[in-house]
Design a protein around this ligand. Sequence first.
Ligand SMILES: [Mn+2]
Length: 324
Amino acid sequence: MSDQKLEAIAELLSKASNIAIMPHLNVDGDALGASLALALALNSHHCQVDVLIEEEVPATLDFLPGLDLIKNTPKDRYHVAVNIDNGDINRLGERLGIYQNAEIRLSLDHHATNKVEADISYVNTDASATGEIIFRLLTEYMGLPITKDIALCLYTAIITDTGGFRFSNTTPETMEIAGALMRTGIDFTYANMKVFDRISYAKLFLMKQTMNSLKLLFDGKLAVSYLRWGDLASFNAKLEDTEGLVNIGRNLEGVEVSLFLKEEKPGNFKGSLRSNDHVDVSKVAERFGGGGHKRAAGFSAEGDLEDIVRSLADVIKVSLKGEG
Ligand SMILES: [Mn+2]
């Protein structure tokens, strides 16, 4: 069934006169890598393609080919709009109107909690990254070549969402696709270094703050850490400076669930949840209006930090006892 959808999406894309590609807000390596790969392939193929984002390209991703396809001034109306790596329509932010105004709306994603409206919505939760889906779309359904530039974008998409082929979403298929991408001759060690290792001074400071805030609950099974607005403001922190900080708690021995809260504006928190073994954190996140994957999910919350932690902890406590 799903493959018929990819066939239909390929058909529509190959006939499109112009296309807007929209990754989710706060782009990460998968959202942007998958978007740029699709844009590069279609742009050289036949038609005008604009990639629309609402933030600066993160420094961790500034090496990606195709950044010139990002447009700051979108058209009023596109023939086709493609939602990428995004299970929640609200994560299109200010671009929602452009998406809804397009003649044809397509969606390509791998989030289990996907509830995006589209003329055709392809969701494959077996794909480690949306980058995997784009690889199959281009090679199997559109017959387009994977150039070295496209390969670097897709490789970056996949390493981002698999944590460098370490997370449980990594499959033999993931490795086969990564192998095919590697064969194009990409500088994959550079991509790994940029995505995982290189950090800013701001990030070093925020890592220290996160470690200082860390508390353990429920016999060390839940790790809670946070960054206050003041921490973020004093270092003028960018989004990428806080990425992965939830893993400080998750990596600690004995921890099953890590909750990390970031106060984006005074009183406004963005929550990240990770689990190691059995707790389905997407279910926890959904209770708070968010979503995601079994082992990685997120949500937003307003109010007092202690109150938010308390209500999350109550729900997580039940999950820790049960199966999921
Ligand atoms: Mn993704």
